[in-house]
Design a binder for this molecule. Structure first.
Ligand SMILES: C[S@@+](CC[C@H](N)C(=O)[O-])C[C@H]1O[C@@H](n2cnc3c(N)ncnc32)[C@H](O)[C@@H]1O
Length: 499
């Protein structure tokens, strides 16, 4: 148990020697000018062993590590090595004063290794302070970082430190990291215009090498004497692939996953002419959602609910939408308000049975944790407005990775509502909804989405992504500009004339 806690605290996944050797071969072929290496969190020293094997010309080799037991073992393993210039020292990465590093570690140096795989929130949970202390990293103050209020990988902090150090120098870095961390480091490089070039990501199989289910890669870059005009990061499927499968880029302050594809479609990346919104949030599905068994409504407590239809709506959740076939709704949602924040007392008069039902679950609804319910009317829901009750909707799941739009019409003469795991755009007219659905389910829209999203991220579909897709420019690409204008621009003009 103690050992496991320690492993968590230090994000400890020692790199298998075979993998370290494969990385070292690739890296030294690339950076043949390197004369010194630093492994800043060297553990048992496998990267040091692999590097001295791959490059006979190394003049000095430094290993830093926080854990004294590892230092002892690494020294034992490396003591027989004929090269006398291997220095293993106990050092805490976070207390290194980079301005005091000796001159010979400024140029022709390669930083190589595999930094800790742990986030500040994980450290906060176990009460560890293995973190940068006096820093305001990416606007997260030190204490906030410890309490886990903000979440970041400590390897992100380490790699950024090294990237800033090698910027503008003839020096390089190569590290095994989570792919999400590599992307954040790339974003930092672009935003801060660091003088770095030849930025690459080589995917690795983390399950095979470390027995962890996470996307991981080798992230490499080297200093450049000038600040580059633009930034690009070549993505290779594996350590042995010679050709990149695509190139990640940076445009309008954001990362794009395929800069070549994006270049052809970038005009679409402006703003959706109609807003995308989340579905309804109630934080109490056992009370507010029902399935129909025969003619009986059953809630999440398996209790029968005696409810009239007036506040009930057919509903979809993410799992329904992401399914291969979209079936008729099989669930219903009790929606207590038609607009945000309006009173709910009138339900007592308008629908006494609904009121009785809500009263019987008063405690459950009253103890919803989110602060949004604190000063809101009793039994409130959120993410609700006129748009929730429009008959036609284009919907997409925010939970699943298959990016698929669906056209949803009324069911049993009622609008279908969505839970807050889904996003939607709603319409009064079926014709308009069908047209927009045609735009969004086109290959062009798919290609645009492919060019900007990272499918390996936890939730590739976000409301921010959807709101970037301009329907007008999508229509232009599809040769449907006239139709778009007849639906949207003319009605806009009509409204303007009216006023
Ligand atoms: C993912 S392991 C990798 C070890 C080694 N680099 C390798 O590739 O086999 C991360 C290492 O970072 C060390 N570590 C954690 N926090 C550190 C810190 N603040 N300073 C230096 N080393 C640290 C851990 O003890 C552990 O050995």
């Amino acid at each position: 148990m103690i050992k496991n806690l320690k492993m968590t605290e230090f994000g400890d996944f020692q790199t298998p020697l075979k993998l370290a050797e494969q990385v070292a071969r690739l890296v030294f072929e690339r950076y043949s000018y390197v004369r010194s290496i630093v492994e800043p969190t060297c553990g048992l020293g496998n990267f040091i062993r692999a590097s001295v094997k791959a490059n006979e010309n190394l003049e000095s080799v430094y290993g830093w590590e926080i854990n004294s037991e590892y230092i002892k073992s690494a020294k034992n393993i490396l003591c027989n090595h004929k090269r006398s210039k291997i220095n293993i020292e106990q050092k805490d990465f976070f207390s290194i004063d980079w301005s005091l590093l000796p001159e010979y570690l400024r140029h022709f140096v390669l930083f190589i290794g595999n930094p800790p795989w742990v986030t500040n929130s994980e450290l906060g949970r176990i009460g560890s302070r293995n973190l940068p202390q006096k820093t305001n990293f990416q606007n997260h103050a030190g204490l906030e970082a410890v309490t886990g209020k903000s979440n970041f990988d400590i390897s992100e902090w380490m790699l950024i430190k090294i990237a800033e150090y090698i910027s503008g120098k003839k020096a390089a870095m190569s590290f095994l990291v989570k792919t999400s961390v590599a992307r954040k480091v790339f974003l930092h490089i672009c935003k801060n215009r660091l003088s770095l070039k030849s930025i690459d990501i080589h995917n690795i199989d983390a399950k095979k090498h470390f027995d962890v289910n996470v996307d991981a890669c080798l992230f490499c870059t080297e200093g450049s004497s000038t600040s580059p005009k633009g930034y690009a990061c070549s993505i290779y499927e594996s350590l042995s692939d010679q050709r990149p499968v695509k190139t990640m880029g940076y445009a309008n302050g954001k990362l794009v996953s395929d800069i070549d594809k994006y270049g052809l479609l970038k005009d679409i990346d402006s703003k959706s002419e109609m807003p995308w919104r989340s579905g309804i949030k109630h934080d109490c599905s056992k009370v507010m959602e029902f399935r129909l068994e025969g003619d009986r409504l059953i809630n999440g407590f398996e209790e029968e609910a005696d409810l009239p239809g007036d506040y009930l709506y057919p509903m979809y959740k993410s799992s329904h939408i992401a399914n291969d076939r979209l079936r008729h709704p099989v669930k219903y949602m009790l929606v207590t308000q038609r607009r945000l924040g309006i009173e709910t007392d009138s339900i007592r008069i308008l629908s006494p049975k609904t009121w009785t039902y809500l009263q019987s679950y008063k405690d459950k609804l009253g103890s919803r944790k989110s602060s949004i319910y604190k000063n809101a009317p009793e039994f409130s829901v959120f993410g609700v407005g006129d748009y929730s009750f429009q008959p036609w909707k284009i919907v997409i799941s925010g939970l699943y990775k298959n990016i698929r739009f669906r056209l949803v019409g009324p069911f049993q003469e009622k609008p279908v509502v969505l839970d807050d795991t889904c996003y939607m755009m709603s319409f009064e007219s079926e014709e308009k909804a069908e047209f927009v659905y045609r735009l969004l389910s086109s290959k062009v829209a798919g290609d645009f989405i492919d060019s900007v999203v990272f499918k390996d991220s936890k939730r590739p579909v976000t409301v921010a992504l959807l709101n970037r897709i301009s329907l007008k420019y999508l229509a232009n690409h599809l040769g449907l500009a006239d139709k778009y204008n007849s639906f949207f621009e003319k009605s806009k003009q009509k409204q303007l004339n009216l006023f």
